[in-house]
Ligand binder design. Structure first.
Ligand code: PLP
Length: 456
């Protein structure tokens, strides 16, 4: 499965003999993703991302290099290589200083770093019990739990911004966010923290993050944390322009890194002076980027392989910008093809889609709970070999024939039109066969009830 070892320079493996000017071909893309289960129409890049074979191979070289002579690697290779990865990320996301960039395992870890800092602020600075944290109702499950564990437990009050779905415009988001900020400030209340998604997970929507950050600044919110778990490689990420105090994005979702790697940007200011990784090791007190780069002996290859990841994306026309533009256009085209075939609607207009889109599913399927949505997902996997997450939304009272289920489709470089046709035809077959959820267990495949409500 892995290609043979390639020449290496002193600081680790590198790919060789790359014709700089020749864009990657379709056949090469197929070969890069030939380890995928090719019997599955995998239109869910959003959940776990994807990693091409050349990067898996480069990662394995890093692992071997460490295992070959760990002491030499630790004392000579590790730190400059980690710095190199951080410098490359810095250049991608437009920050002033490489010390503003730390590499961590994932967005969940980044949230723990920021929110643990908030906990300490309740004990060591002027945060008071009853001060508020604002976040979207659609915030990701692990982030919501982290707010509960680190902020509510320390005495903070949590205000969730309720958003409608379908969402028709940014104005709807801005209006609801404004209401939440006003609510937090009633009777002289203080808003200490805002957690804002850049792209929500489920339902998936691109949030006007720059506008919301500005609103928070205008209202004097102390700490603004943007959860861009899905963002890099999917939408433009210019952290300087967004203006938050903290911004994280996974590199393993849309940037082809192997699991798992994420960056955490911490804007240089007094707020970050006492910021720490929750796993304390020998680098404690040496600044977050250095603390995060050694949290005990373990495999750091996913973080070290970032130069090779960048080489991979640069084989595509327009690099990562080109990839994300084409993915966006393609996912919108596929979403429009599906709603046309099913007689439904998109959950958001195309400009609020990233490389993911929410596609309304036929009402006749009878999706009437989270558990129904999960049953349908399992059914599609088992019987049709289609992998796609399904979102349930409760109908409003006045709605006639409401769309209660939306599929979140993704497009990544390995997808083909046949993947979406298979999904289209599976749903048409179910509808024609009179398939209906919520009656007995005709769609039951066992696992559905064990996993609820947190599609990554
Ligand atoms: C919006 C959002 N935030 C955070 C996360 C957590 O990412 P991870 O599981 O890689 O920590 C996810 C995962 O899908 C997500 O969608």
């Amino acid at each position: 499965m892995f290609s043979s070892p390639k020449l290496r320079h002193e600081n680790g493996p590198t790919t060789t003999s790359k014709p700089e000017s020749k864009p990657i071909t379709g056949t090469e893309i197929e070969a890069e993703f030939s380890h995928h289960d090719l019997t599955v129409a995998r239109i869910n890049n959003g959940s776990f991302g994807s990693c091409p074979l050349s990067i898996i191979s480069a990662q394995q070289q890093w692992q071997l290099q460490f295992l070959k002579q760990p002491d030499y690697f630790y004392f000579n290779t590790f730190k400059p290589s980690m710095l190199k990865s951080r410098i490359l990320i810095q250049s991608l996301v437009n920050t002033e200083d490489v010390d503003e960039i730390s590499i961590v395992d994932n967005a969940t870890t980044a949230a723990a770093i920021v929110l643990q800092h908030v906990t300490w602020s309740f004990f060591t600075s002027n945060f008071q019990p009853g001060d508020a944290a604002v976040m979207l109702h659609y915030a990701y499950g692990s982030v919501k739990k982290s707010v509960q564990a680190y902020v509510a437990r320390a005495g903070g009050k949590v205000i969730e911004v309720q958003l409608p779905f379908p969402l028709l415009s940014n104005e709807e988001i801005i209006t609801e966010f404004d209401k939440a900020l006003k609510m937090g400030k009633i009777n002289g209340g203080k808003i200490r923290l805002a957690v804002i998604d850049h792209i929500t997970s489920m339902p998936s929507v691109v949030i006007p993050v720059k506008e919301l950050v500005k609103m928070c600044r205008d209202e004097g919110v102390d700490i603004i944390f943007v959860d861009g778990a899905h963002a890099i490689g999917n939408v433009e990420v210019d952290v300087g322009d967004i203006g938050a105090d903290f911004y994280t994005s996974n590199l393993h979702k849309w940037f082809f890194s192997p699991p798992s790697a994420a960056f955490l940007y911490c804007k240089k200011s007094d707020k970050v002076l006492d910021l720490h990784h929750p796993v304390v090791s020998i680098e404690y007190g040496n600044g977050l980027p250095i603390e995060s780069a050694w949290i005990g002996t373990r495999d750091y290859s996913a973080q070290l392989v970032i130069p090779e990841v960048l080489e991979f994306v640069n084989r595509f026309e327009g690099g990562i910008e080109g990839i994300r533009r084409r993915n966006h256009d393609k996912v919108v085209e596929m979403a429009e093809m599906l709603v046309k075939a099913w007689g439904t609607k998109l959950g958001t207009p195309p400009e609020m889609c990233s490389s993911m889109a929410m596609v309304g599913m036929p009402a006749c399927l009878g999706i009437s709970s989270d558990s129904d949505a999960l049953k349908l997902r399992t059914h599609l996997r088992v019987l049709f070999k289609v992998e796609v997450p399904i979102y349930y939304r409760a109908a409003l009272e006045e709605e006639v024939n409401p769309i209660t289920g939306y599929a979140r489709i993704s497009h990544q470089v390995y997808n083909t039109i046949e993947d979406y046709y298979r999904f289209r035809d599976a749903i048409i077959k179910l509808a024609n066969d009179g398939f209906k959820l919520g009656r007995g267990d005709q769609a039951g495949h066992g696992a559905a009830s064990n996993f609820r409500g947190h599609d990554p």
